[in-house]
Design a protein around this ligand. Structure first.
Ligand code: NCD
Length: 320
């Protein structure tokens, strides 16, 4: 039984994920009963309070968590610019803030610019902490929803060829997703990035340790032609994580990295194109209407569903 959700390393096997996904499907199933019109799920979080404590910007993660909590009949207290508006601005430590907010809320969904912040928050021994992104560390709930999206489309994970494209150095969603992918059989991971933005050593070491097949690529078109991925997972350049000088140089180089009509035509017929969003120039809007694109549709829907499943699991089964 785990009290916090800090890292996808917490999952030891794929059965744990299947359990969560099964619950997610059940909780989100349309409910029709004339004699009892309200789904029992709608009361699971009654009298519970979730705090969303966000020290970095967010649209999808915060709103979907809050919407999920409302769907389960719970209550939300929120700071969407905690860096500016909480006592952090007066110099309060994260640990003190968590000690205090833990006395108001049963669960704290935390986003913070520093890697390791969620782990620090969890060690305070307060409320359940859900890591909603810690710097360039991890973003476990995004990876869970990404995997659920893939599972729904292909009806399996084993044996898929997954291309991770873009800023592999700083993308916390990719770091978390790698931990989940390595729990499955016969995976093939294609790591496609400019060489300055390759995957950090600790994640390469994990792929090696789990004996997952992987290969680096430095050109998207070649990777699509030769690597033939089933899943194409794009990410933006994480400008906010670069030092100012590197930012100017790399932003310029980065402009050439984009996925548009030509790349779309090179993708396999039944491939899916994913993105955690927000997208910038790396993903052209001309891709949006294609049936391969799921980032504005299924992936968003799965985000709300998985977060509802997670909160249900927390409040009904006391596990996360
Ligand atoms: C991602 C994040 O915050 O890490 N966004 C998200 O939660 N959907 C990706 C990003 O910011 O690029």
């Amino acid at each position: 039984m785990k009290k916090h959700l800090i890292s996808c390393k917490q999952y030891d096997n794929h059965e744990q994920l299947e359990t969560l996904f099964g619950l997610t499907a059940k909780v989100n199933k349309p409910y029709y009963r004339e004699d009892y019109p309200v789904s029992p799920c709608a009361y699971v979080a009654e009298n519970k309070i979730m705090a969303t404590l966000f020290y970095e910007p967010s649209t999808r993660t915060r709103f979907s968590f809050e919407a999920a909590m409302h769907k389960l009949g719970g209550n939300v207290i929120s700071s969407d610019s905690a860096g500016q508006f909480s006592s952090h601005a007066k110099g309060e430590s994260l640990e003190d803030t968590i000690k205090v907010v833990s006395q108001y809320a049963d669960v704290i969904v935390l986003r913070h610019p520093e890697k390791g912040a969620a782990q620090r928050a969890a060690s305070v021994n307060g409320s359940t902490i859900i890591n909603a992104g810690d710097g360039d560390g991890e973003h476990p709930t995004q990876a869970l929803l990404d995997l659920y999206t893939i599972k729904k489309r292909f009806n399996k994970i084993d044996g898929l060829r997954v291309a991770l494209v873009g800023d592999l150095t700083h993308s916390r969603t990719i770091h978390s997703l790698i931990y989940l992918l390595t729990l499955y059989k016969d995976m093939n991971v294609l790591l496609c990035s400019p060489k300055e933005f390759s995957l950090p050593e600790e994640h390469i070491a994990h792929l090696l340790e789990k004996r997952v097949k992987f290969a680096p690529w430095n050109d998207v078109k070649t990777m699509l032609r030769e690597g033939k991925p089933d899943v194409i997972y794009l990410t933006r350049l994480q400008k906010e994580r670069l030092d100012p000088l590197k930012k100017i140089i790399t932003e310029h180089q980065w402009m050439g990295w984009s996925f548009g009509q030509e790349e779309l035509e090179l993708a396999k017929e039944d491939a899916i194109i994913m993105h955690p969003l927000p997208r910038l120039q790396e993903l052209s809007t001309c891709v949006d209407k294609d049936k391969k694109a799921v980032y504005l549709t299924e992936q968003i829907k799965c985000g709300l569903e998985v977060r509802t499943g997670l909160l249900y699991s927390l409040f009904y089964n006391n596990t996360i």
